[in-house]
Design a protein around this ligand. Structure first.
Ligand SMILES: Nc1ncnc2c1ncn2[C@@H]1O[C@H](COP(=O)(O)OP(=O)(O)O)[C@@H](O)[C@H]1O
Ligand SMILES: [Mg+2]
Length: 290
């Protein structure tokens, strides 16, 4: 069958065509950014990797699954929610279409499901709910096809919220800060991943391990980086995120570092990470059925 070129041009710009393309060709990858330690750059990595991918024309959704809601404030949407509510409502209520929880951010192609303090209660409320560890998976699966990547920023614990993220995800990205205790607790995270694989999510893979807050002037940084590479091998991203003051400042302005100071070492590092991430993603197949 052939189409008149003008008809084809009109069709390609129509909403229906856009819808078709989204639903037929997009193979969404869902990545949980996880490490039960606080302060290892989970949120910083979620914001800045996602924003760098969005700037490379990828459609990206961030899900803030931490009651501290640092991710929500980091993209300038502190205290905001949709008419449907926040991620708390998405997890604890039924019947609202998932897309109604999504907010646009100030960055093109970058979207957010916001969080707030209410989410603290979800850890407890979920315990008595049916499918308590699969609530997020249901929500996320309803959004597959709409985005190229969905990043879930998790809280600093291995509780029910993190479990929901690991059950919903295709892969886990593990940020490790290059300090002496970096690998402490990693065995717990690994055994949680194993447990999730043997029960609810057999396909869960490690996306990569990211060295953050790296200070190459100290022997300690190099030594810890070396130990991590020994432990995780090929899984460690070649890109390393240096300690950079701009990365700490950007969230208070509600923007990703690339919009705050694009020339900073922090911004450059996350853009390099996005490039490496995309190259790796092309090399690994994404599961199509869920
Ligand atoms: N590479 C970095 N250089 C300097 N400060 C950083 C860097 N990465 C993160 N930070 C800062 O460190 C703190 C902890 O980072 P955050 O991303 O909130 O960690 P987590 O989400 O794992 O708790 C934040 O204040 C953040 O701005
Ligand atoms: Mg955080």
């Amino acid at each position: 069958m052939t189409f008149h070129p003008v008809a084809l041009t009109i069709a390609r710009t129509s909403d229906a065509y856009e819808y078709l393309i989204c639903h037929m060709t997009k193979n969404t990858k869902v990545i949980a950014v996880s490490n039960q330690k606080g302060g290892v750059a989970k949120t910083t990595t979620s914001i800045n990797l996602a924003a760098s991918l969005a700037m490379a024309d990828q459609r990206v959704l961030l899900i803030d699954l931490d009651p501290q809601a640092n991710l929500t404030s980091g993209v300038g949407l502190k205290g905001q929610s949709t008419a449907a509510g926040t991620v708390y409502d998405a997890l604890t209520t039924e019947g609202t279409p998932a897309q109604e929880f999504v907010l646009a951010t100030g960055v093109d192609h970058l979207f957010l499901v916001p969080s707030d303090r209410h989410l603290t209660g979800a850890e407890i409320e979920l315990v008595t709910m049916t499918d308590r560890d699969q609530r997020l998976r249901k929500f996320v699966n309803a959004l597959r096809g709409e985005y190229d990547y969905i990043f879930i920023d998790t809280p600093p614990s291995l509780g029910l919220l993190t479990l929901n993220a690991l059950v919903a995800a295709d892969t886990v990205l593990i940020p490790l800060n290059c300090e002496y205790f970096a690998l402490e607790g990693i065995a717990d995270l690994m055994s949680t991943l194993d447990r999730v694989r043997t029960s609810l999510n057999p396909g869960l893979a490690i996306e990569g391990v990211l060295l953050t807050m790296y200070d190459d002037r100290t022997n300690l940084g190099q030594q810890v980086g070396g130990n991590i590479r020994e432990y995780f091998g090929e899984k460690v991203f070649n890109t390393v995120i240096p300690r950079n003051v701009r990365l700490g400042e950007a969230p208070s302005h509600g923007v990703p570092v690339i919009l705050y100071d694009a020339r900073s070492r922090g911004a450059e590092a996350y853009v390099a990470l996005a490039r490496e991430f995309l190259t790796r993603a092309q090399q690994t197949a994404v599961p199509t059925t869920h």
